[in-house]
Write a protein that binds this ligand. Structure first.
Ligand SMILES: [Mg+2]
Length: 270
């Protein structure tokens, strides 16, 4: 009798281990996070973005006699200047496959961001050349959101993070009004972001094809007025698929993700 109980115990333990292993293997976020965490290409793309931004600034400085306003850069914060690697690693380590706002809010307060590759060097280049850097972010961690964002940027090593340069949008992800305000007083050389919404609200669409076709129409702006950094884990590209930027971890959403990934799939029989 005791032997049967022991076998049952071993079998149920093996089942749990197997299900945990399958769960880990099936995590929808794993590919994207593995790429962020380990791909040298991820590092290279950030350097590429900041190298292009530097070229644009150098060109604007050389065109000095054409300037009527002081030069400036507008940058998004999260996944552009600051990387949230240990948040995403936590999600994978704990079997989570969709962004979790509650975990995010706790993590942000821990002040564990790192500066993205090349961002501090670019920031220093701007400081030396008297180019103002404006930080425009959409975040909401309550009353202290501004202070937390300021602290995150300063801890990572960014300069001039004050009320004149840091804009924190708690109620909306629409950055157009703030950016237009900056553009009244400054000649903005280029805007940096990981989400096309960082450049224009026009990209705030819930249709994949419309969003892609708008990017095609504005292809002449990329690398010049708009410098894009890679982000496969979150952003408004997800809103185009799910109808919301932060879809919940449900079976229907996992189905939608699968549909998005398999759209236009090759049909072997045709
Ligand atoms: Mg961002």
């Amino acid at each position: 009798m005791k032997k049967i109980v022991l076998v049952k115990y071993i079998l149920s333990f093996a089942l749990i281990v197997t299900s945990v292993a399958i769960k880990a293997q099936q995590n929808n976020l794993a590919y994207a996070v593995a790429w962020k965490q380990s791909a040298a290409e991820h590092v290279a793309l950030y350097h590429q973005g900041f190298n292009i931004a530097k070229l644009q600034v150098e060109q604007a400085i050389n065109d000095g006699n054409k300037q009527q306003k002081p030069l400036a850069i507008i940058s998004d914060v999260d996944e552009t200047l600051l990387l949230a690697d240990s948040y995403w690693a936590y999600m994978i380590a704990n079997g989570r496959d969709f962004f979790d706002d509650a975990v995010w809010d706790l993590w942000v307060k821990e002040d564990l961001f790192s500066a993205s590759p090349g961002s501090l060097e670019f920031s220093e280049f701007c400081r030396i050349n008297n180019i103002e850097m404006f930080y425009v972010t959409n975040r909401d961690q309550g009353e202290k959101t501004f202070e937390i964002a300021k602290q995150n940027l300063e801890t990572a090593g960014f300069h001039d993070v004050d009320a004149e340069h840091l804009f924190v949008l708690r109620e909306t992800s629409n950055k157009d009004i703030i950016q237009q305000g900056i553009m009244k007083d400054f000649q903005v050389v280029t805007v940096l972001g990981d989400n096309l919404n960082d450049f224009s609200r026009d990209y705030y669409l819930t249709d994949v094809e419309q969003r892609k076709s708008l990017a095609e129409k504005r292809s002449h702006l990329f690398g010049i007025e708009h410098i894009v950094f890679p982000n496969p884990t979150d952003g408004h590209w997800m809103r185009a698929i799910f109808g919301t930027s932060e879809p919940t971890a449900t079976s229907p959403n996992r189905e939608l993700l699968h549909e998005a990934a398999s759209r236009d799939a090759w049909s072997m029989d045709e």
